[in-house]
Write a new protein. Structure first.
Length: 361
């Protein structure tokens, strides 16, 4: 899969007013490295730094054996010479050029003849089902078509690495589905490193091989999408993947939670007594009762008060205050049967086998 391609290595530090970004990682050939984080975390700043559009305070960027940036050595290769394909969130197509010439622009800028660049551009437009629009200008395109043109333009240059800045963010929900499917297909076939910026957890899970999570300019977690979804390191990640997350300390077989209360977890054998840890619980793994259960196989039972209810497609999400507080998912029928409303006192139960305790990073 990797062919003659090599990794994109980066160790970058950027300072801008009160914000500072520090990231060190590597995207390997054929790997899609997702960069996930909330607004203002530094995701786009990282992409711009890799593309040569954002000056570094310190650091080094190397692609395929070529040093693109080395602050200490005074090396700064300009953006147009970095052999990168970049797909921006707002497409950045040239309004006065046809789609054919938009896709061929990068090739022309590298000295390839107009006839050869147009031939390669036409090939990419065919591959992305856009051949019939080749003579159109961008103003006559839908959002999905424009995004596919931007992707074709980036890939046509045969880049040594691909950078994508929230490529689906500007699309409506229906268009996003079809473009996402196309993007998955193209990324799977792309032999070089790819870095994809997103704040959408579904995109992160579907499109990437590995995730780097940024918060406030620093890396808070890395791992495969499955690893991060199963064992989130921060409340932001837990909310994205729909988990309750608690911090605590393992004492006498139970995790004493920092916010009050305790939970027994079957998963957590790697923890030593007294160790600080995180506890993750799926909202669907918690059961609600309006009276204390007389008998229950669950090893975790505690009281709380309903603080809110929110419909989520085929279920109701209940916010419960307690020690610990929790988000609980129940069916609409169960909500009606329990007659829940703000202020309703409830009991919560969860099996130890449904609770995961793991070391705090």
């Amino acid at each position: 899969m990797s062919g003659d391609y090599a990794a994109l290595d980066f160790d970058v530090s950027v300072e801008r007013e009160e914000f500072r970004l520090d990231v060190c990682d590597q995207a390997r050939p054929g790997e899609v490295l997702g960069v996930l984080g909330p607004n203002g975390a530094g995701k786009t700043t990282l992409l711009r730094a890799l593309a040569g559009l954002q000056p570094l305070r310190r650091g080094r960027i190397e692609l395929d054996g070529m040093v693109l940036t080395d602050v200490a050595a005074g090396i700064q290769i300009p953006p147009e010479r970095r052999e990168l394909g970049v797909v921006f969130q707002n497409y950045r197509l040239f309004p006065h050029l046809s789609l054919l010439d938009n896709v061929g622009f990068g090739l022309r800028s590298r000295g390839i003849s107009r006839s050869e660049s147009r031939l390669e551009a036409a090939n990419w437009l065919r591959r992305l089902d856009l051949a019939e629009y080749s003579e159109r200008r961008p103003g006559r395109l839908s959002g999905g078509q424009a995004q596919r043109v931007a992707l074709a333009r980036a890939l046509a240059c045969r880049p040594r690495a691909l950078l994508l800045d929230e490529p689906l963010a500007a699309l409506d929900a229906r268009t996003r589905l079809s473009v996402r499917a196309e993007l998955v297909r193209q990324l799977r076939a792309f032999p070089a490193p790819a870095l994809l910026i997103t704040h959408d957890p579904l995109e992160a899970m579907v499109l990437t091989d590995r995730l780097l999570v940024l918060e406030s300019g620093r890396v808070v977690q890395t791992g495969t999408p499955a690893e991060i979804a199963r064992r989130p390191a921060t409340n932001y990640i837990a909310r994205l993947v729909g988990l309750n997350l608690y911090r605590g300390r393992l004492e006498r077989g139970a995790v004493r939670l920092a916010g009050g209360g305790a939970l027994v977890a079957a998963a957590g054998h790697e923890l030593a007594s007294g160790a600080n840890c995180l506890v993750a619980v799926r909202p669907s793994a918690i059961t609600l009762h309006t009276e204390r259960p007389a008998a229950s196989s669950a090893r975790n039972l505690w009281s709380g008060t309903v603080r809110g209810l929110e419909p989520l497609l085929d279920r109701i999400r209940v916010e419960v205050a307690g020690e610990p507080g929790a988000l609980v998912d129940i069916t609409a029928a169960a909500a009606a049967e329990l007659q829940l409303s703000d202020g309703t006192p409830v009991w919560l139960s969860a099996k130890a086998t449904d609770i995961d305790a793991y070391p705090e990073p």
